[in-house]
Design a protein around this ligand. Structure first.
Ligand SMILES: Nc1nc2c(c(=O)[nH]1)N[C@H]1C(S)=C(S)[C@@H](COP(=O)(O)O)O[C@H]1N2
Ligand SMILES: [Mo]
Length: 429
């Protein structure tokens, strides 16, 4: 290794200072490029003359009313598609292709989906939102009526409480970032603050909770404490600038930034103000957090800080030794990500990654770190730290707290084993 890179090594097994790629004036291209052979990734001009390809010789395709991704990008797809027990409808989930995405936003077409009884075919003209219960004046809203209220936008992740549940298993499950962790996505949501609608209805001081109900065949219903609603709940109408996709709750969903996905009721049709939680089927038969020694926490709402490396990751393998950028996503339901650390030696030593801005509360944050892969075996890990000081736990620590029969809120540190041939696999460190 060159002197420059020796100096830049900040943790074991080739992890480099996060600023290496940012250096000005011959930094990367001069020192790092020459030292590790970045030049080897492109070809010298002499190797090939710039030919005029076929597609340059004739006029291109016509305009489309709504464009689709390139036909060469079919791997960027939700999956795996579960078999349907009921002729193409019914319960299940599909995961976002995390290892094929960049940045912080999930494109609408590949946002993960968890639907307990299929996607209802809702005509927006016939849809109503009812607010009733402990209010002075029950109200009903059409979509047109809601669209006249002032709107708010925020970028927020939604994550299923069951995401990564397979990581509690005794043996490391085979899989990709998508199949192991793909029940999380992040979008810009736009809609009307629920607090504004409740103010109009006039909340009775005795109301401490509300129950939100969906218009799907599952009639998904969850109780939400009123403080959360007054803080940042949104009746979301738009997802990344367009109407919410049918799979994600068209024409409106409840957005509870940072709280377990299940509570973000899709196809929202009813909100009832209550003194106490409603104890619906969806918060008693499921979504309670199993702790050690047979104890259960019925309600455990925010999702704790978590991260996963998406590049490299299973299926996104290493090719030849040399300089790489490790990249991944981190998020916390309790605020902003303040730091992500990366290890290339299975957690023995750590280097601080660079965070790609904007770093937003309860949103996905992209992290990056230069790594000089020697070509030897390595175990890559990332751990997220949020503004509350919370540190993403190791597998041992989380299982110590919850036991190994737990299912939900699994945010333990993931390990990707890199073999000498460059293949990446899920391992336990
Ligand atoms: N009405 C309704 N809302 C729902 C669900 C549902 O099945 N019906 N699934 C919930 C679950 S379990 C999750 S994880 C999130 C998934 O949101 P998404 O499909 O937009 O990703 O929606 C929640 N809201
Ligand atoms: Mo979920």
């Amino acid at each position: 290794m060159s002197k420059e890179l020796d100096a830049d090594q900040v943790a074991g097994n080739g992890l480099l200072d996060r600023r290496v790629f940012l250096r000005q004036g011959g930094g990367i291209i001069g020192a790092v490029g020459a030292a590790v052979g970045l030049a080897g990734y492109s070809r010298p001009v002499e190797a090939e003359t710039l030919v005029v390809p076929e597609w340059t010789k004739k006029p291109g395709a016509l305009f489309e009313p709504y464009t689709q991704p390139s036909k060469y990008e079919t791997k960027v797809a939700r999956g795996p598609i579960p078999p349907s027990p009921y002729n193409g409808i019914g319960p299940g989930s599909v995961r976002a292709p995390l290892q094929h995405l960049e940045g912080m936003i999930t494109p609408n077409g590949v946002h993960y989906e968890r639907s307990h009884n299929g996607v209802p075919d809702i005509d927006p003209a016939g849809h109503r939102l009812l607010i009733h219960g402990l209010v002075k004046k029950p109200l009903v809203f059409t979509l047109d009526a809601l669209s006249r209220y002032p709107m708010t936008s925020r970028i927020s992740f939604v994550e299923c409480a069951g995401n990564s549940g397979g990581m509690y298993a005794e043996k490391p499950a085979e899989g990709t970032a998508q199949s192991l962790h793909g029940l999380v996505s992040c979008a810009e949501w736009t809609g009307v603050p629920l607090a504004m609608l409740l103010e109009e209805a006039g909340v009775d001081p005795s109301a401490k909770w509300l129950v939100a109900e969906g218009a799907d065949a599952a009639a998904m219903s969850r109780s939400v404490p009123i403080e959360k609603v007054m803080d940042d709940a949104l009746v979301a109408l738009y997802q990344n600038g367009e109407r919410i996709r049918p799979a994600n709750g068209y024409p409106m969903r409840l957005l509870l930034p940072g709280w377990q996905g299940n509570m973000n009721v899709k196809w929202l049709r009813r909100i009832k103000l209550l003194r106490e939680p409603a104890q619906t089927k969806d918060e008693t038969s499921k979504y309670s957090l199993l702790l050690k020694e047979g104890k259960v926490a019925q309600f455990h709402f925010p999702l704790d800080a978590k991260s996963v490396i998406t590049k490299p990751s299973p299926g996104v393998n290493m090719t030849s030794p040399g300089l790489y950028e490790i990249s991944g996503i981190a998020w916390s339901g309790n605020g902003k990500i303040t730091k992500v650390e990366v290890s290339a030696d299975g957690g023995k030593s750590w280097a601080e990654a660079a965070l790609s801005g904007p770093v937003l509360s309860k949103a996905i944050t992209r992290f990056r770190l230069p790594w000089r892969w020697s070509g030897g075996p390595a175990v890559l890990q990332s751990r997220a730290i949020d503004e509350t000081g919370y540190v993403q736990p190791t597998r041992e620590k989380l299982i110590g707290l919850r036991g190994s029969r737990s299912q939900y809120h699994c945010n333990l540190i993931t390990s990707w084993g890199v073999a000498a041939n460059g293949e990446v696999k899920h391992v336990y460190a």
